[in-house]
Design a protein around this ligand. Structure first.
Ligand code: NAP
Length: 285
């Protein structure tokens, strides 16, 4: 049976608000209900200390229950949720954040993100002001965004003076987001990667990834997750099964060389998004 990974062996990233997050987190999309609770609690017991969720995943309750069931002390686990597109109005956003906290059964959330900018509605600055207010009230500790393009981030900074600590974006070898990552680095924003292993699809079988994996005697998923961390990105792989959960954390005892990193980044292509969800036009419900 796979052995848990010590949280001490997982490096930390400092955020612009003085807090930190571990170099790998755990995705929970489609982990719901009793089975979801078991899988998420197992992930925490296996060493994960950053858990990703969202109001729209309808599993904030399962995440909170798992956090309470797991052995780790509450203050060592950073729980994330996200504001849905239909709640960007200032008051609606604050009520939704309160509801997210109540659903988890915890007394605060550690990270809260605006799920998508929904630029067609033009209310993401208002939503950001609500997150700033929620942070002041102690409902949430770290605030950030997800799927924001540089133009959206710039507007938040210009209109509120508060730079998001995190931007969580689609990022995997077929969509490596070089320009967006560079923009984040320049502005002190941590990049988190969603669908970091391409939802377990074709990228795992890509010959370039396979070749690097063989050279290191590791699995393709380990190599992809290691590539993320060497880019300074925090991947949030989702895995229901304990052996995969442990495998996905066991990436800090080998290193890719610069050519290998470049070869994997070179797999990127303009149409590499998994479902073509372009934040410039996509509208999250
Ligand atoms: N902000 C956003 O808009 C947004 C959008 C999408 C996702 N997310 C977040 O990002 C998280 C991760 O993205 P994702 O769930 O779309 O995809 P992902 O993490 O790239 O891939 C998950 C899939 O890969 C499989 N897998 C995981 N580890 C594996 C391993 N070691 N070997 C082989 N297969 C493995 C999983 O299988 P099993 O589970 O069956 O083990 C699952 O089918 C989500 O769960 C969610 O928290 C955020």
């Amino acid at each position: 049976m796979a052995q848990p990974v010590s949280r001490h062996s997982i490096p930390q990233h400092a955020l612009n608000d003085g807090t930190s997050v571990p170099a790998v987190g755990f995705g929970t999309y489609r982990l719901n209900g009793h089975e979801g609770v078991e899988a998420i609690a197992r992930a925490i017991d296996n060493g994960y200390r950053l858990i990703d969720s969202a109001f729209n995943y309808e599993n904030e309750g399962a995440v909170g229950r798992a956090v309470r069931l797991a052995e780790a002390p509450r203050d060592q686990v950073r729980v994330t949720s996200k504001l849905p597109g239909r709640r960007h109005g200032h008051d609606a956003a604050l009520r939704t954040i309160e509801e997210s906290v109540y659903r988890t059964g915890l007394d605060h959330l550690d990270v809260y993100l605006i799920h998508w900018p929904n630029p067609g509605r033009e209310r993401y600055v208002e939503a950001w002001q609500a997150l700033i207010e929620a942070q002041r009230q102690g409902l949430v500790t770290t605030i950030g965004v997800s799927n924001f393009l540089p133009e959206h981030l710039q507007r938040l900074i210009d209109e509120t003076g508060v730079t998001p600590a995190i931007n969580q974006i689609e990022l995997h070898p077929y969509f490596p987001q070089a320009e967006q990552r560079a923009w984040h680095a320049e502005h002190g924003i941590l990049t988190e990667a969603w669908s970091p292993v391409g939802r377990g699809g074709d990228v795992i079988n890509d010959p370039v990834v396979q070749q690097v994996a063989e050279a290191h005697g590791r699995t393709p998923v380990e190599v992809i997750l290691r590539w993320h961390t060497q880019l300074g990105v925090v991947p949030l792989p989702k895995a229901a099964h304990a052996d995969r959960q442990v495998q996905n954390l066991s990436i800090f005892d080998f290193e890719l060389d610069a050519d290998e990193v470049a070869a994997i980044t070179g797999l990127g292509r303009a149409d590499g998004r998994i479902n073509g969800q372009d934040p410039a036009v996509y509208e999250e419900f």
